[in-house]
Design a protein around this ligand. Structure first.
Ligand code: ASP
Length: 610
């Protein structure tokens, strides 16, 4: 309970002269006015210390009767999280009293006057910086959680990043233009959040999954260069670091080529790292085609901060006596391998654990060959010839003391399994340097991918991505693209690119289709009849008939970018009011039921879902 007898004062016309975290040795002797919260109070009888906090940090306020009997009297009533105005004199601390853990630890403020501007109940969460606590509780009392200095620092970091983005893009001639949030469905591959129309019952708006169609229409509209820091909404099954509403840096320009987009984005990253992190980035970033990334790293978002690349060891075993290897290759599969440095000595038990991991990732099995003290240890040793043993060692660049992992399977399975083991093992062995930022472009993706659940072909990026020039020509000449054989569909390539950093996809974009005939063919390739396409995207197809310029762009997930730059562990720590991983808001209790009257107004009926 708040202390009933405490007198609460008015702020009056008091003004802050300094933020708590910014008082320093150069202020010694000055009278300062601080406005903030009580982080902690320590009562030593004749001396009361108050650590005062605002969004910049902490400073120590000292109260003693000699300096001000009145301030001392008020300080006796002060408790944690009370809101105070403190007027005091800055004093240097004696050598032995300096607190090196505190940014302001070389000074303190001797209180002349203290006003209590408000009291506070005992908070349900610890607000002191170092406390680890239950995240649900933090989100329920987010307004208290946000008072913690690291949280304020994250918000500031987010703000600075957004400002640097706006400044840079504006300097490059890009205009920030708002697009509708309530719109028709925009196919980015997720489910839509729907908003029922009251004025037109039975009809719905969709919350935009991205401004994709509008930014393309802006290009048709002659805007030339557009960007927006924009909220996007996707009703997806949430994974650890996904939010149902999130912010993108969305960019589009007319007459774009891959090179112009990459150059712009490289400049943007350079600027962000310089302005926000005070670090120089090397550009241009390396580029890797999707196919190369898959075969070398088993992933379309490779972490290139360390080696351990996947090698094709099929040629080494072309005459193998080992049945599994032979039958895999005979049935069109492949043998791929990675080398774990210094792991030849691991126990049987650890090798078994690795095999279990490989199987959970989808492999049928795992073969290990350990190069140990001039000999090898392997369950398939009896099948291996001297040439194979030395050939394998050479192919993967192994040394004595290393262990080689081999997966025999179809290409896709073999490389993805090894790609995952590569990451897991590098993490476990501490091989990933934490202070590196390794950017790279992944280019030339396949246009289509199979839906994991239905097995049907769908757009790898979105349906507006242009196929590569030669594939576009073939499509234009094909009467019924939907009837193309699967192996042809699998090898149509797109003018699509992702920006990857340290194994995370930061941004994704493409050069778009700007011709009606090609867009219609791609819709058909995706299983949409001309009629369905006209119903859903007629406005875009029409627009393409009135002089649509070639155009392209990209979009970044801003929250994830800020999280990585700030070195935070979760995206929720850089969003002021995030949702939980199940999409709820513990602070407001959203989503919440609505009453029958509201439903009736919208022409909606309540159905009990069993
Ligand atoms: N609209 C796309 C997305 O949200 C990005 C782009 O192609 O610009 O993923």
């Amino acid at each position: 309970m708040a202390n009933e007898t405490v007198e609460i004062s008015d702020l009056g016309n008091l003004r802050r002269t300094h933020y708590c975290g910014q008082v320093g040795l150069s202020d010694v002797g000055k009278t300062v006015t601080l406005l903030g919260w009580v982080n902690r109070r320590r009562d030593l009888g004749e001396l009361i210390f108050i650590d005062m906090r605002d969004r910049t940090g902490l400073v120590q306020v000292v109260c003693n009767r000699a300096a001000s009997a009145e301030a001392f009297r008020v300080a006796e009533a002060v408790r944690s999280e009370y809101v105070l105005a403190v007027i005091g004199t800055v004093a240097a601390r004696a050598e032995g009293q300096i607190n090196r853990d505190m940014a302001t630890g070389s000074i303190e403020v001797v209180a002349q006057e203290i006003r209590i501007l408000n009291t506070a109940k005992t908070p349900p969460i610890y607000i002191r910086d170092e406390a680890e606590q239950d995240e649900l509780l933090r989100l329920k009392y987010r307004y208290l959680d946000l008072r913690r200095v690291p949280m304020q620092r994250n918000l500031e970091f987010h703000h600075k990043t957004s400002m640097a983005v706006r400044n840079y893009l504006s300097e490059q001639g890009y205009w920030e233009i708002e697009t509708p949030m309530m719109t028709r469905s925009t196919p980015e591959g997720a489910r839509d959040f729907l908003v029922p129309s009251r004025l037109d019952p039975g009809k719905f708006y969709a919350l935009a999954q991205s401004p994709q169609l509008f930014k393309q229409l802006l290009m048709v509209g002659g805007t030339d260069k557009y960007f927006q820091i924009v909220r996007c909404f996707r009703d997806e099954d949430l994974r650890a670091d996904r939010q149902p509403e999130f912010t993108q840096i969305d960019i589009e320009s007319s007459f774009a080529t891959e090179e112009t987009v990459w150059e712009l984005v490289e400049g943007l990253m350079k600027r962000l790292w310089k302005d926000v992190m005070n670090q120089e980035l090397e550009t241009p970033f390396p580029r890797l085609t999707y196919d190369e990334a898959m075969s070398r790293f088993g992933s379309d978002k490779p972490d290139t901060r360390f080696g351990m690349e996947i090698q094709d060891v099929t040629p080494v075993f072309k005459n193998t006596a080992f049945g599994v290897f032979r039958s895999t290759v005979e049935s069109g599969g492949t043998l791929r391998a990675i080398c774990l440095p210094g792991q030849a000595g691991v126990s049987r038990h650890e090798v078994d654990a690795l095999t279990v991991r490989a199987k959970t990732h989808g492999a049928k099995g795992l073969v290990t060959v350990a190069y140990h003290e001039g000999d090898i240890k392997s369950a398939i040793k009896k099948y291996l010839t001297e040439d194979e043993i030395s050939g394998l060692k050479q192919a993967v660049g192994a040394n004595d003391g290393d262990m080689v992992l081999i997966v025999a399977d179809a290409f896709e399975t073999a490389v993805t399994v090894l790609g995952r083991l590569r990451l897991e093992m590098a993490n476990k062995l501490g091989l990933i340097p934490k202070d590196k930022f390794n950017f790279l472009w992944i280019t030339k993706f396949p246009l289509l991918k199979r839906n994991e659940e239905t097995g049907e072909w769908e757009a790898a990026h979105h349906p507006f991505t242009s196929p590569m020039a030669e594939d576009a020509l073939t499509l234009l000449r094909t009467e019924a693209p939907e009837a193309l054989p699967d192996d042809v569909k699998a090898h149509i390539y797109a003018r699509m690119y992702d920006l990857v950093m340290n194994g995370v996809e930061l941004a994704s974009g493409s050069i778009r289709i700007h011709r009606r005939d090609l867009q219609e063919k791609v819709f058909r390739l995706l299983g949409l009849s001309n009629e369905e396409a006209r119903n859903k995207f007629g406005f875009l197809l029409d627009a393409f008939e009135y002089g649509a310029p070639p155009h392209g762009g990209i979009a970044f997930g801003l929250d994830r970018l800020v999280m990585l730059m700030a070195g935070c562990d979760t995206i929720r720590d850089v969003i002021a009011f995030p949702k939980t991983s199940s999409g709820t808001c513990p602070l407001t209790d959203a989503p919440a039921p609505v009453d029958d009257k509201q439903l009736a107004d919208l022409g909606l009926a309540r159905i009990d879902r069993k």
